[in-house]
Design a protein around this ligand. Structure first.
Ligand code: ADP
Length: 486
């Protein structure tokens, strides 16, 4: 396997610059979502090892914050360059454990690395402020300082990018970080740690531990040493972590579930909207928190849009992620497939019509039941589960609408508020709708919204805080104000 040759397939955790097993020798098996076959094992760590990682991070952070932004920047840039130099084995490892098509895995590694480059640059620009004092005898200085020891708990859908967008900002600010990756996809995280080590990032500045999510999470949340937690995952787990962090009044960034509306207005460029909807809906087999979940099409173009959209969807090739030409890989596990099938069946029972897909499909050299056909449903109504819940799979439900105020109300009628998209040309409408959507991110005439320079994050039950942009760095900085009598 190329990973072995590249030295990036690590089967131990990375604590204080050492590769370690669990104290009791316990392990977890990591399997390939394509065929269920075992790929590797990683340590099944718990509270004791988490405490070790916290002590390590505490020691390392004290020295790390004393380095200048310029010095930290150099080390982050080395990490960035090593990731790009190892793009092929990293992408292969990512596809192996996560399942996404290899072209998407390459895209994710580039995207993940872009956060490290961006925050390496931002590390040099952490500046304070001198405020004009109300009294001539005083001087008021505002300085920015690292929050301290931080922790990240990350999901399986972007095993590289969900780590770098947190860790790069933390490290740039002078924080240390303990990362607990998802149990399904820890190998990419450990490979990133190996490259951080090669880049010369000091021991303890970045620790990666795998194992018992509940025990590790509780230990991190309850520790008074850990001053911030950044979590990406489900709203349900976000609530648990937020409650666990309450006693220590920890800073929190939460990037939680979404239920993205995608609205196509009557004056939209239909071909562009079809392309944008495909990009937004089917990336990572529909398993992203910003995937279009509900597609609203104006009634005057509904027929035209649905025909072109269904034709484009039937061109998408389902297959193993490591095969050339695959557009849709496997879903992460059986439970994910079950939920997608339930959403489709519920819609069909309540009157939806199937224009494409609708069931699991067989793929050569792969396990049965893990691949779901890209699916298009029409005749949708608001009583269906899919109208309210996040599907997290390759299913595109098309709702018809006639009135702008009504579609905005429907788009906002969810507890979530992460990403929304719409296609329109009328400039007044574009402003009106962009302002009215209760979402943290709005894509106008585009289905692609994520990049390292912009603040990514949600409102309502989609979370707190922003990742990316200069805003993402602020999340890892405290403001101190000094009032000096002269
Ligand atoms: P998903 O449904 O996408 O798997 P989860 O919210 O369950 O999302 O998982 C996201 C991350 O949160 C994973 O790393 C998982 O191990 C972790 N996690 C799940 N439950 C807990 C918990 N009770 N405490 C801490 N971490 C948890």
């Amino acid at each position: 396997m190329e990973q072995n040759e590249s030295g990036l397939l690590k089967q131990q955790c990375y604590i204080h610059g050492h590769w370690l097993d669990a104290k009791n020798g316990s392990e977890m098996v990591i399997s390939n979502p394509c065929d269920g076959g075992p790929i590797a094992t990683v340590p099944n760590m718990g509270e004791e090892e988490t405490q070790m990682a916290i002590s390590s991070s505490e020691k390392a952070q004290k020295l790390w914050q004393q380095q200048s932004g310029h010095e930290r920047s150099q080390q982050l840039l080395s990490w960035f360059e090593l990731i790009l130099a190892n793009k092929d084995p990293l992408a292969e490892l990512l596809t192996l454990e996560q399942g996404k098509p290899i072209k998407e895995a390459h895209g994710e590694i580039t995207y993940a690395a872009s956060f490290i480059q961006w925050y390496a640059e931002e590390a040099k620009r952490v500046s304070g402020e001198l405020i004009a004092s109300p009294s001539s005898e005083n001087r008021i200085v505002v300085m920015k300082q690292a929050v301290g020891v931080t922790a990240a708990i990350t999901p399986w859908n972007f095993p590289a990018a969900m780590i770098t967008r947190k860790a790069a900002a933390a490290l740039a600010a002078g924080c240390s970080m303990i990362v607990k990756p998802a149990p399904d996809t820890p190998l990419t995280a450990l490979a990133l740690a190996e490259l951080a080590d090669q880049a010369g990032i000091p021991a303890g500045v970045l620790n990666v531990i795998t194992g018992d999510a509940k025990a590790i999470g509780k230990t991190l949340c309850e520790s008074p040493v850990v001053r911030k937690l950044s979590f990406t995952g489900s709203t349900q787990v976000g609530r648990i972590l937020m409650a666990q962090c309450a006693p220590t009044i920890k800073k929190l960034s939460l990037e939680l579930g979404g239920n993205a509306p995608f609205i196509v207005f009557e004056d939209a460029d239909i071909d562009a909207a079809v392309e944008g909807a495909i990009q937004s809906k089917f990336r990572n087999a529909g398993q992203t928190c910003v995937c279009a979940n509900r597609i609203y099409v104006h009634e005057s173009i509904y027929h035209q849009f649905s025909g072109k959209f269904a034709a484009a969807v039937t061109q998408l090739k389902v297959g193993r992620g490591d095969e050339d030409g695959t557009d849709i890989g496997p879903l992460i596990n059986h439970q994910a497939v079950k939920k997608v099938q339930q959403h489709v069946d519920d819609a069909l029972e309540k009157g939806a019509r199937l224009l494409a897909g609708g069931k699991t499909t067989l793929v050569a050299n792969a396990q049965k039941g893990h691949f779901f056909e890209p699916t298009v449903l029409t005749n949708m109504n608001d009583l269906m589960r899919i109208a309210k819940e996040e599907t997290f799979g390759p299913v595109a439900p098309l709702f018809s609408f006639s009135d702008t105020d009504d579609v905005i109300r429907k788009a906002n009628d969810t507890e979530y508020g992460l990403a929304a998209y719409f296609y329109a040309k009328d400039l007044s409408k574009v402003w009106l709708v962009a302002e009215a959507l209760e979402y943290g991110i709005v894509g106008v005439n585009t289905g692609i919204i994520s990049n390292e320079v912009a603040p990514f994050g949600g409102v309502k039950s989609s979370g707190l805080g922003r990742e990316g942009g200069h805003q993402g760095l602020e999340e890892y900085l405290e403001t101190k104000y000094i009032n000096m009598k002269v």
